[in-house]
Each structure stands twice: as C-alpha cells, then as structure tokens.
Design a protein around this ligand. Sequence first.
Ligand code: V07
Length: 255
Amino acid sequence: MPIKFPFTNNKKQPEPMSLELEVHHLPKHVAIIMDGNGRWAKNRGMPRIAGHKEGMGVVKRIVRYASDIGIKVLTLYAFSTENWKRPKNEVEFLMKLPVDFLSTYLPELIERNVQVRTIGDFDVLPAHTQKAVKEAIAKTKDNDGLILNFALNYGSRFEMVHAVKQIASKVQEGEVNVSDIDESMFSSELYTSELIDPDLLIRTSGEQRLSNFLLWQLAYAEFWFTEVYWPDFNESHFEKALYDFQNRKRRFGGV
Ligand code: V07
C-alpha cells in the first residue's frame, strides 16, 4: 500500500523498499545539497518560496531519520554565499525559514539530543535569523546525539581564503613557521575544524556539481545523485543512498 507521508504533496510516493542496512557501516557524516525546491514549485504553478517551505518540512523528516539510525553528523546546505543574488523577497523568505523551523521544531531537536551548529559567515545574516539560530545552538550545545550542521551563508572558496589569511597572519606574527603548514593546520582553520569529513554527499534534482560546497572536506567522499527534487525526497530515497554507499568499494587511493 502506498504510504502518504506528511509534509509532501499528495502524489503517490514510491513503495517503501526494505533495504538491508548494516548499522555498523553507515556513513558517519552525510552532507546534502537540497536542490530543486524552486523547480518543484514552478512545476506546480506555485511561487518559488512555496518550494522552500515544502523543502523545510523534508528537512525535519530527514533529521528525524538520520537521528533514528545513528548518523553522527548531518550537514545541510541551506543558503550559499551566491544565494544573495536571488530576488529580494526570496532572500527575505529564506532568512525567515530558520526562525520558522526552530519555532516549531526546536523542542523535538532537544528531545532527540540533537546538537545544532552552523558553518558559514554567520555575522552578516539578518538579526532575527541570528537570534533564532543562536538560541538553538545555545540550548543544544551539550547534546551528544546527531550533530545537525546548517551551512548558512556558506561558500567553500571564501572559507579556504579565510583559512589562508589566518595562517598567513600567524606566520607574520612569528607564531607559525611556513615549514609547519600542513593539511591538518589548514583543516583546523576551516569552519568544520571540529567535525570529521563527510563520507557521503547527496545532491537532489539531477544536478551533478559541488557548487562551492565543502570542496576540501569532500576529498574522499562518495557522491550520490538523484533526479528527485528536494521537496519530494523522503526516507526511502535516503535509505537507498545509504544502501548504495555500503555497496561501493571504498578506496582511499593506494590500497
Ligand atoms: C531552508 C529549506 C530546505 C530546502 C533548501 C532551502 C530552503 C531549514 C533551515 C534552517 C537553518 C538553520 C537552522 C534551522 C533551520 C533553513 C534556510 C533555508 C536558509 F538553525 N531549512 N532551511 N534555512 N530551506
């Protein structure tokens, strides 16, 4: 019997497949580019913002699923540094989504022992966005379950240039020798310094690009793409991505 999930359209959802996942070989850190919200809305004659709102509901379900199966870190690309170029009303709407999301969902995140974090240039976000997210970070900082990491105003090249500047100024101050600069020092200057690298990247809606997302951190990740638009993405799709991940031979070069 087809299952009707909450938060999505009423179109028939795919039959849930029962895939055998090995709980001990799940990816530890999954990163997702949640693409196709605008196209999903356009296809229904709806404004783009309707797609973003629908996409927010999917975030809640995927967070529940990830926390249930024991994923350690989930990084979601919510807003890129390039997204400021979108129409003003769309940017304003997007900046209210964290507020909207947390006003209804923060209690469940706390209940689930989820720790909220962000990566990106946070200080230039609107005050109301910062306030809601800071509150969520503060209220979940001691949680040791799933790390829910939102990339907000994130751009990987900006992040790396910032890291280079940090190291260069340490050299200038005489704190660091050029010969001591290595991959580990560079990693420690990135927003993700406290996180393990993602082992799986998912991108929805048929695009197969990184779009300035975690360029350094995804060096060894498996990539998994689907034609499905983010608002139509569900637990079964996620499960399939994890299943495919487990069935790929992972080779870190060499061996
Ligand atoms: C956003 C919904 C998902 C599809 C992709 C774009 C639109 C959840 C958040 C969020 C961010 C921080 C936080 C809590 C929730 C969010 C933006 C866009 C900007 F602490 N979804 N979502 N933020 N979309």
